[in-house]
Design a protein around this ligand. Sequence first.
Ligand code: DGJ
Length: 558
Amino acid sequence: MVSLQPRLEKLRAGVHQLVVDGKPFMMRAGELNNSSMSSASFMRTVWPEMQRANVNTVLGGVPWDQIEPVEGQFDFSELDQIIVDARAHDIRLVLLWFGSFKNGASQYPPAWVKLDPKRFPRQKVGAIPQTANYLSVFDPKNRSRDADANAFKRLMEHVREVDGAHGTVIMVQVENETGLLGDSRDRSELANAAFEAPVPADLVELFDKQWETMNSTIRTTFAEQRKAGSIKATSTWEEAFGKSKSTDELFMAYHYAKYVGAVAAAGKAAYPIPHYTNAWLRNIPDGAEVDGATVVGFGGIFPGAYPSGGPVETVLDIWMEFAPAIDFFSPDIYMDGYDSTCALYSHRGQPLFIPEQRRDEFGAIRLWSAIGRFNALGTSPFAIDSGETPYTEHYLLLKQAAPHILDARVQGYPMDGFHFDAFAPGSPDPSPARTLHFGEWGLLVERAEVHGHPAAAYGIIIQTASNKFFLIGAGYQIKFSSNRKDATYTGLLSFDEKEVDDRGELRTGRLLNGDETQQGMAVVMPSKEIDFGDFWFIAMQVPARTRLAECTVYSLYE
Ligand code: DGJ
């Protein structure tokens, strides 16, 4: 019998699919505002909006203080109604476990945890250490960790009970943007004792055994110490790694990973659907090269300005090793550096999912890169219930194109995705043309030529046969060339508009030629709205209709 439990399946290195109802699933996701899912009656106003927005997956918080207001007494009534209502609207859920940590802080633990610092010790921050709104990850008795793990386990047991046969809940996020803000490390006595103790042997072993495959930033940061041989289990943290904020961050990451890893393991043992956690990203100076990608403008340069110890790329290997119940680590991408961040979070070929990104057009066009280039399981703008977003239009197209994208992943068809940002007339174009290589062919992908000012563009190209391409998107054009030395001419044999019928099947619409191919020079996937500039009286660019097409190319070899 086919298992209907949502699961992840690895197709090959770096390519995964999420399987829901026994079939590959593309998340057209949106994350709710933080408090929305605490009320089933509020959510009743949201479900129809989600349907109109072409969203098929909603991410929403499950607050610990709501489900366990009194220790050991659980109340799942709101959540149960939410699951039933989501299912009735044919919408899947990703539950965000707002347990010990949410945006670093411990604001969601119930009162019986918050009011008992003796039993549930806090972190301390600052030059004169002050008690902070962060549960300690250094309690030798692990009391808050275990209380959290118990609540999370009960949640997952309950979800399995009420939803196991339906698979409405498809994934779960364990905590939210973990890490300490306001200082690079906890300065409490508990933390200081751990910091002065020898470095744990399992961490030293990780550095010994996995150094070559670790993320480049961690190798750069601790290259000197590695060379000097100071990373050993007889050294304290500062003897081993030097005195720096990076050492503090490593120290925090190791302990946070173990804490959150234990919470995740408890939930996963109860109901093993995909578990992931997300990162508030670190700031990398503009132009820096990380793992071959140039980075631009993240937010907050030092650990403590971004949550110290959270799963940022520097310490991703630490999290992967010490929180093995977490299937993958996701970036919340609000700033630029979108593609380079996707590349960083594809580390060790893990599945990619963007649980939070910008809700404007700048964010929306990026979903095509995440999905087409980096094989993301899906993307999710934050605050999807704060009114209309451009994702509605993009998700409509993704809904039609997803079966072909998912199939291409299974078949192993070459595929790539891209976006070209909007820019003001007269200012430099931020998104240069690029040449993509598909077997024999070089594809020069550039903005579709218009007489006026070009719009933002986005798309995915799939090579379905040696000379055949399925094209998705708008605002771009492609010029083909052959890399064979004996090719003397490369051109187009056909360019067909594709439309999707009522059963979701593709059929051919217009046969595109003439102006629509610049007389055979290019395939043009035009924008939905075209600026004709001064040439409105000869409107030779035709606005996009379906944003789907197929073309075949040929070369003459002489
Ligand atoms: C990132 C957090 O993960 C979200 O829950 C939300 O608080 C947003 N920030 C708001 O900007």
